[in-house]
Write a protein that binds this ligand. Structure first.
Ligand code: PLP
Length: 389
């Protein structure tokens, strides 16, 4: 009998990928499935970005790059952040990684071990809890509540800090809820963290371009007093419709850059060179496609929010960011997982149970509106019909 490491008994997975696999299987059997399950833009990567990577290959950029990424790309990231948030960023603190997930994994590995605690949003991106448990640290859930429109509050976070807390994970705009935390809560949180200088913060801002209704993104980068313990996570996946390219970046405190670099050298050496050239084109080229995608998501957001609330048994707070609606399903009398399975197997709609994002997601379902208006409309009709409404 093979004996694997203990951490592997604690590591979990991301159900959205299982739902996607089952949906594809059902489709292969000839069933019609509308996919509101997976969280990826349904747009193509803009053409000038694709062309830049083809050109890079033709120009002979096929070798290893520095582990942290090519300098031109790190400079482009730093300049873009400076332009957006008015804060100077040292390109030497930027690390290009294969997707947003890698910054998360590295940060959790860096701070997580037996005896440590890491605070994470719940419901939240499932990899937070999984990777924390894998590291041996205790995951401390920060419940996100419907009555707060799924924003976190400074008090809720600070009241969970103990002498064992090493890292706090924040995510706004949030997956799976679409919640956006207002600036005054972030101001209060940062002020409260003065009392806990040993605690690091990882701010997952992968949806930083996807806010609606006139909202502006508040980046944790805008708090210079936090810079020596802030890890910023962002990337190209959601902003530029590049989920399959595996392109993400982290901005690390200068004291941790070398450690992050070592993890990269031990893990993946560097990101695919041609993809890095695509990353430069994305940041330095026209941003019209980003604005167009955001506008399309916004139209769908308003539609899905309005229509879900017309379905008896479902109610939904207005999503403020990302591309997810997170309706409360308790009025349907069903548990989250039960409804997810029924909708996929019987109604032909892929969704993800709120419990896939943590125990505090019971009573909710995640619907991704990264799909056409026509498909969203059809999916909601199927859901309505399934619930007998
Ligand atoms: N963080 C959040 C909150 C996400 O929702 C996702 C992807 O769904 C990621 C990080 C990971 O992004 P990537 O696909 O770039 O690894």
């Amino acid at each position: 009998m093979l004996k694997t490491a203990g951490g592997l008994d604690r590591i979990k997975t991301e159900s959205a990928f299982h739902v996607l696999a089952r949906a594809s299987q059902l489709e292969a059997e000839g069933r019609s499935v509308i996919n509101l399950g997976i969280g990826q833009p349904d747009f193509r990567t803009p053409e000038h970005i694709v062309e830049a990577s083809i050109k890079a290959l033709r120009d002979g950029h096929h070798g290893y790059t520095p582990a942290a990424g090519i300098l031109e790309l790190r400079e482009a990231v730093a300049e873009d952040l400076e332009k957006r948030f008015g804060q100077s960023v040292d390109p030497g603190c930027v690390m290009i990684v294969p997707g947003g997930k890698v910054t998360m994994f590295f940060a959790i590995l860096m701070f997580g071990e037996a005896g440590a605690e890491i605070i994470y949003p719940n419901p939240g991106f499932p990899i937070y809890e999984s990777a924390i448990a894998f590291s041996g640290a205790d995951p401390v859930a920060l419940p996100l509540l419907e009555e707060n429109e799924f924003a976190f509050s400074a008090d809720d976070v600070l009241s969970r800090v103990t002498p064992r807390t090493r890292l706090i994970i924040l995510n706004s705009p949030a997956n799976p809820t679409g919640g956006v935390t207002p600036r005054h809560e972030i101001d209060a949180l940062v002020a409260g963290l003065d009392a806990h200088p040993q605690v690091a913060v990882m701010s997952d801002e992968i949806y930083s371009h996807l806010l609606y209704g006139g909202r502006e993104h508040v980046s944790l980068l805008q708090y210079p007093q936090l810079r020596d313990r802030l890890i910023l996570l962002d990337g190209w996946s959601k902003t530029y419709a590049m989920t399959g390219w595996r392109m993400g970046f982290g901005v690390w405190p200068s004291a941790l850059v070398e450690k992050a670099n070592r993890l990269a050298v031990n893990c993946h050496s560097c990101v695919n060179a041609a993809a890095q050239y695509a990353g430069i084109a994305a940041l330095t080229g026209p941003q019209t496609a980003v604005a167009e995608m955001r506008a399309a998501f916004d139209t769908r957001r308003r539609f899905i929010f309005q229509e879900i609330n017309k379905i008896p048994g479902l109610s939904c707070v207005e999503p403020a960011g990302a591309f997810y609606a997170f309706p409360n399903i308790t009025g349907s009398g069903k548990r989250a997982k039960e409804l997810e399975v029924e909708l996929l197997e019987e109604a032909g709609v892929a969704t993800v149970a709120g419990t896939s994002f943590g125990a505090h997601g019971e009573g909710f379902l995640r619907l991704s509106y990264a799909n056409s208006l026509e498909n969203i409309d059809k999916a909601l009709q199927r859901i309505r019909h399934h619930l007998g409404a």
